[in-house]
Design a protein around this ligand. Structure first.
Ligand code: NAG
Length: 166
């Protein structure tokens, strides 16, 4: 619906005497689903289960903070350890952390604690169902059940997003 206006602006620019390259039109800033990337640039926190790659052997559950939530869905992005709070480490895949059923928290190396409380039946709910709020002492986030896509590679692990807070 923005297209006609945008085209008008672009043709105006290309008709300008000085031949400066036009900036990328805002309409290009969309993801594969056509959703606005700009709207997704807020903070995001993901509760993730991570399987080993590249010779690692342990399975970890971790809380991952992204200043830009898009980076929590980008396997190429390099996450610093200060943005990853490991909740549990296990030698077997059957022993991921149980994220549901009580008020829980994880304290990052920065000292910031993220807390959440997910109902114990939440895994039986449809993906993207609201599961309650999460707090980090600065902001209150809305939590949703995620679809378990791979969102993060971290320290020789590939992590699936189980819940996300935005
Ligand atoms: C993913 O992260 C890489 C490495 O930081 C970056 O070059 C790339 O632009 C990012 N992709 C998206 C879609 O944000």
């Amino acid at each position: 619906m923005f297209a006609p206006k945008l085209l008008a602006v672009v043709s105006l620019l290309s008709g300008a005497v000085f031949a400066a390259p036009a900036p990328a039109p805002a309409a290009e800033l969309t993801d594969a689903d056509g959703a606005s990337v700009l709207l997704k640039r807020g903070e995001g926190i993901h509760l993730m289960n991570c399987e080993p790659t590249n010779g690692a052997t342990n399975y970890i559950s971790a809380v991952v903070y992204c200043a830009n939530d898009g980076n929590c869905n980008n396997l190429s992005y390099s996450h610093s350890s200060s943005n990853v709070c490991v909740k549990s480490t296990s030698g077997s895949s059957g022993a991921y952390h149980v994220w549901e059923g009580s008020t829980q928290s994880c304290t990052f190396s920065s000292g910031v604690t993220f807390s959440w409380a997910i109902g114990k039946e939440a895994q039986t709910w449809p993906d993207y169902t609201y599961v309650g709020t999460g707090v980090n002492g600065y902001s209150t986030f809305s939590g949703y059940k995620d679809d378990k896509h791979y969102g993060v590679t971290y320290n020789s692990h590939k992590c699936r997003s189980i819940y996300y807070y935005i």
